[in-house]
Design a binder for this molecule. Structure first.
Ligand SMILES: O=C(O)CCC(=O)C(=O)O
Length: 365
């Protein structure tokens, strides 16, 4: 009997097959979990993201259509959701579909914006310096070479105004109307962009968000962006390239790493003539963007900017947030909605001051 010939190539093929089989099985489990409204695994997120970038969004469209076709807690009637919107929000929705970006009437009032600004001034954060190094500190005590102060989510989403934003039915309805899948709120980002002092060294490497990039927040999503300080051209408004969110717009070799911010040349070639939109406006100004489109941060030249971003995903499949977070609820609407199984706040577990899940949640339905 002759011994089987095992070459390096056949071993590699077998390993590849094994990996594909494991990934396939994970995908199957995650699709079944999606039908119960549960988040999927980091592996599914990675695969779905890579396929999304490779196919310029086609795989996400197909998977989303498939999820809408099967009954499950995430399926909602886009028409009913749309009917519940104000005429201003319906107009914003049309703009979001056409351009990828729309300004909407503020969700937070002036008092909430002021409270968030006060909180973010002294909250412990991560300070990024012009030379690329990072230290801990607050915005109030930042050193002269600080270019960014990031307030960690755990502190930020325990704030009443952020919780009321996360619990906003209006935003959930906008997502449902756009995608026909229920809203799943993700974790927020709260950052100060700072004007470095003229004595600080020039920035060693521009941070990732300063290059044109896209974000993969699942098969469909909106990002809510709120200026928490007045933002004009000197205060680093985020920029968005109109139309770049459309299916297939980022097709081609040059866009293979667009989710990592490595497509600047390809962007210049394909979109060189498109005028970017800037997210300027007084404190409280609120925009919605489709994260599938190209956007980038800027360097502030005159004034610091405090900026809040909240991604809201359509359905729970292939999201970036794959585990639940514990949060003490300070906003009543947030607490009520977080207790709804399979609801928009399903990624958050309300805990009491000592960090325990209240007994009612453990024994409830
Ligand atoms: O800070 C900015 O202006 C950009 C933020 C961004 O890239 C994002 O929200 O995805």
């Amino acid at each position: 009997m002759t011994a089987p010939i095992v070459t390096a190539r056949s071993r590699r093929s077998a390993a590849l097959l094994r990996r594909a089989w494991r990934a396939g099985r994970g995908l199957g489990d995650d699709l079944a979990r999606a039908r119960r409204g549960l988040p999927s695994s980091p592996v599914t997120y990675r695969h779905a993201r890579r396929l999304h970038v490779r196919t310029a969004g086609v795989t996400s469209e197909v998977l989303r259509a498939a999820l809408r076709a099967v009954p499950g807690p995430d399926r909602v009637s886009a028409r009913r959701m749309r009917a519940g919107l104000s005429s201003a929000d319906r107009a914003a929705l049309a703009e979001l579909q056409r351009v990828g970006l729309a300004r909407i009437d503020p969700v937070l009032d002036a008092d909430a914006v002021r409270r968030l600004r006060e909180f973010a001034t002294t909250a412990p954060g991560v300070v990024r310096h012009a030379d690329g190094s990072m230290t801990r500190g607050t915005y109030a005590d930042r050193p002269a070479d600080a270019i960014l102060v990031q307030i960690p989510g755990d502190f930020a989403w325990a704030q009443g105004p952020i919780q009321s934003l996360m619990a906003s039915r209006r935003l959930h309805q906008l997502v449902g109307a756009l995608y026909g899948l229920g809203a799943v709120v993700h974790t927020s980002q709260l950052n100060w962009s700072c004007v470095p002092s003229s004595h600080s060294p020039t920035e060693s490497s521009p941070r990732f968000a300063r290059t044109w990039h896209t974000d993969f927040d699942g098969l469909g999503a909106i990002r809510v962006h709120i200026n928490l300080t007045d933002v004009d051209d000197g205060a680093a408004p985020m920029e968005y390239l109109p139309g770049s969110h459309r299916l297939g717009a980022l097709r081609g070799r040059g866009f293979r790493r667009v989710d990592l911010g490595e497509a600047d040349d390809a962007v210049a070639r394909r979109f060189g003539r498109v005028e970017p939109r800037r997210l300027t406006g007084p404190a409280g100004t609120t925009y919605l963007s489709n994260p599938r489109g190209l956007h980038r941060a800027q360097r502030p030249t005159e004034t610091d900017r405090l900026f809040l971003t909240l991604p809201i995903q359509a359905g729970s499949f292939a999201g970036a947030v794959t585990r639940r977070r514990s949060v003490p609820a300070v906003d009543a609407a947030f607490a009520d909605l977080a207790a709804v199984p399979g609801g928009p706040l399903r990624l958050f577990d309300v805990v009491d001051a000592a960090g325990r899940v209240p007994t009612a949640r453990l024994v409830g339905p």
